[in-house]
Design a protein around this ligand. Structure first.
Ligand SMILES: NC(=O)c1ccc[n+]([C@@H]2O[C@H](COP(=O)([O-])OP(=O)(O)OC[C@H]3O[C@@H](n4cnc5c(N)ncnc54)[C@H](OP(=O)(O)O)[C@@H]3O)[C@@H](O)[C@H]2O)c1
Length: 288
C-alpha cells in the first residue's frame, strides 16, 4: 500500500481524487488549505518528518488568473514559493512529488500542439508563477512528475461546465468567445492518470502533458455542454469574437500527447469526457 498525501484537497481536482473508489492500493491523506498551508514550510516539514509518505500530490494553487494580475505576490507565494517548499521537504524525506501545472506556461503563439520540451514563455502573472514553481521543483528534485493540464472542470468547485449549466438553467443567452483554442480536461480523467502513475511506480519521471484528446474553442465547448445538458437550449449559445479579460490568455494551448500516450492508453476524447461528467451531474452527483 502506497502512502500518499494530497495537498489543496478542497479544490476541484483534490475533491475529485477523494471521490475515486478505493482501489485498495493507496492510503490517501487529504489536507485542505486550512489543514496545511503550503506557504508554511515549518508545518510541512513537521508533518513530512513523521509521516513516511511515498508520494505527494500537489493540487494546491492560486488559480485565479485574473486576480493574479493584481495579487501577484500571493500568486507567486503559493504557486512558486509553495511549490518550492513542497519540493524541499520531498527532497529531504524522499517523497516522490506529483505536481500539477498548466498550459499557461506557454505564450499560445504556436500553430501546432505543444510538446513537453517546447520553449515556455508565460504571458500572464498566473502562468509566470506556475512556471517558477516548475523550475523550483526541477532544481530540487529528481523524482517528480510535473503534469501540465488545461481547461479543468469537475463536479466540484467553480468551472466552465457548471457556469454554462447554471446559465442554461436561467435560460440566458450566452455569447462565448471563439478566439482561444485548447482542450478541456475532466478532473476525473486527470485523477485516473495520477493514480496510474502511482500504481505503475515505474513511469519515468519528468514533465507530462495531460488533457483529453482533440481541441476546441470555448464556444464549441459551451455547445457540447448544452447538447449534453439540454439540447433544446443549443440556440442560446452564440459566438462572440473577444472576451475582455485583465490577464492575457494564450490563444492556442493544445498539447502534444504522444509522450503521455506511450505510458497511458486511456485518454478520452474531450466530447466523451464532457458527456460523462454531465451524465453524472444529471444523476445527482453534483457537489459544491
Ligand atoms: N482550473 C483550471 O482550469 C486549471 C487549468 C490548468 C491547470 N490547473 C492547475 O491544476 C491544479 C488544480 O487546480 P484546481 O482547478 O483543482 O484548483 P482549485 O479548485 O482552485 O483548487 C486549488 C486549491 O488550492 C488551495 N490552496 C490555495 N492556496 C493554498 C495554500 N497556500 N495552501 C494550501 N492550499 C491552498 C485552495 O484552497 P481554498 O479552497 O481555501 O482557496 C483550493 O482548494 C492547480 O495546480 C492549477 O494551477 C488548473
Amino acid at each position: 500500500m502506497k502512502k500518499v498525501i494530497v495537498l489543496g484537497a478542497n479544490g476541484q481536482l483534490g475533491k475529485t481524487i477523494k471521490d475515486l473508489p478505493d482501489s485498495g492500493t493507496i492510503d490517501f491523506h487529504f489536507y485542505s488549505r486550512s489543514d496545511l498551508d503550503i506557504t508554511n514550510k515549518t508545518k510541512l516539514e513537521t508533518l513530512f518528518a513523521y509521516s513516511d509518505f511515498d508520494y505527494c500530490i500537489n493540487c494546491a494553487a492560486y488559480t485565479n488568473v485574473e486576480g493574479a494580475e493584481t495579487n501577484t505576490e500571493d500568486a507567486f507565494l503559493i504557486n512558486a514559493e509553495g511549490a518550492r517548499h513542497i519540493a524541499e521537504v520531498c527532497n529531504v524525506y524522499h517523497v516522490k512529488l506529483i505536481h500539477i501545472s498548466t498550459d499557461y506556461v506557454f505564450d499560445g503563439e504556436s500553430i501546432e500542439p505543444y510538446t513537453t520540451t517546447d520553449q515556455t514563455n508565460p504571458i500572464n502573472q498566473y502562468g509566470k508563477s506556475k512556471l517558477q514553481g516548475e523550475l523550483y521543483i526541477q532544481e530540487q528534485l529528481n523524482e517528480y512528475y510535473i503534469i501540465r493540464t488545461s481547461w479543468l472542470y469537475a463536479l466540484h468547485g467553480k468551472n466552465f461546465v457548471k457556469t454554462i449549466i447554471n446559465k442554461i438553467k436561467e435560460d440566458s443567452t450566452l455569447n462565448i468567445t471563439t478566439e482561444q483554442v485548447g482542450t478541456p480536461t475532466s478532473c476525473v480523467d486527470l485523477a485516473h492518470f495520477i493514480i496510474h502513475l502511482i500504481n505503475q511506480g515505474i513511469v519515468p519521471y519528468g514533465v507530462y502533458n495531460f488533457s483529453a484528446n482533440g481541441s476546441t474553442t470555448w464556444y464549441e465547448f459551451a455547445k457540447e455542454i448544452a447538447k449534453n445538458y439540454n439540447s433544446d437550449k443549443l440556440e442560446k449559445i452564440k459566438t462572440s469574437g473577444s472576451f475582455k479579460t485583465v490577464a492575457k490568455r494564450p490563444k492556442y494551448s493544445v498539447f502534444d500527447l504522444k509522450k503521455t500516450e506511450r505510458i497511458y492508453k486511456e485518454l478520452n476524447t474531450w466530447q466523451n469526457s464532457v458527456g460523462d461528467l454531465i451524465k453524472a451531474y444529471k444523476a445527482g452527483k453534483y457537489l459544491k
